[in-house]
Write a new protein. Structure first.
Length: 242
């Protein structure tokens, strides 16, 4: 039987925070990509925070900041405009390691270009939450909302989702760091082996040679080791290519 004309519609049930977190963090357990986890989290924002116009995450991975997830293209354009300008609420939250909130009037006064993008996204304000540990800030979780400011309950929900985003970003950061450390160790080991063979050195003497060369050239050990291994590869090329 259809709904009678004029009958009041039932209000849409807002999702529970636990529903969003389970959907978001389950892929992390299954070793899925960081982007899938973050996408679940930002898409959960409008479903649990009343008045939220959207959300996005800026993550500082691979030595640069980039927008890794957003609810829609308008939010992505806002965050990418901020990254291109090199200033704005998200970057300010990351730099100062504190929550930054700005309404449309403040955005117009301080960051006019961002204000235009925020207005296009249907936002009356922006709340940027830093994703950081005791030693490093890894990004920002940014919520666009229709009102000038979020109430304390809505802020609490946003901070809960931001903490989940931090766990995902921190895990990815740790995996990258571990992988790079293993790659560096393997590369340095190969370089030491080449130096031992080339100059008839012991392992300790080859290590000292590599360390001294890096110090003299004011370069990282890994970079010097990479040059040695690459040079060895070019010399062993049967066609003599550089």
């Amino acid at each position: 039987m259809g709904i009678a004309a004029g009958a009041p519609r039932r209000p849409r049930r807002r999702a529970a925070v636990s529903d969003v977190l389970v959907a978001a963090l389950t892929p992390a357990v299954a070793d899925e990509t960081l982007d899938i986890v973050l996408r679940h989290l930002v898409e959960g924002v409008p479903t649990i925070i009343e008045g939220a116009a959207g959300a996005g995450v800026v993550a500082a991975l691979d030595d640069h900041e980039m927008c890794r997830a957003s609810t829609d293209g308008a939010v992505r354009r806002l965050l990418e405009a901020e990254l291109e300008a090199g200033e704005g609420p998200s970057l300010r939250a990351m730099a100062e390691r504190r929550i930054v909130e700005a309404d449309l009037a403040e955005l117009c006064r301080r960051w006019p270009l961002l204000a235009a993008e925020a207005e296009a996204a249907g936002a009356g304000g922006v709340l940027a939450i830093p994703l950081g540990t005791a030693n490093v800030t890894l990004g920002a979780f940014t919520v666009l909302h229709g009102a000038a400011a979020l109430d304390s309950h809505a802020r609490g929900l946003a901070e809960t989702l931001a903490r989940a985003a931090l766990l995902a970003v921190e895990r990815n950061h740790h995996e990258q760091h571990t992988r790079r450390a293993l790659e560096s160790r393997s590369l340095i080991g190969s370089a030491i082996g080449i130096l031992m063979e080339r100059y008839d050195l012991s392992a300790s003497a080859a290590w000292e040679h590599l360390r001294r060369r890096a110090s003299d050239e004011e370069r990282k050990l890994r970079d010097v080791a990479h040059d040695i291994v690459t040079d060895r590869g070019s010399r062993s090329d049967p066609q003599g290519r550089a």
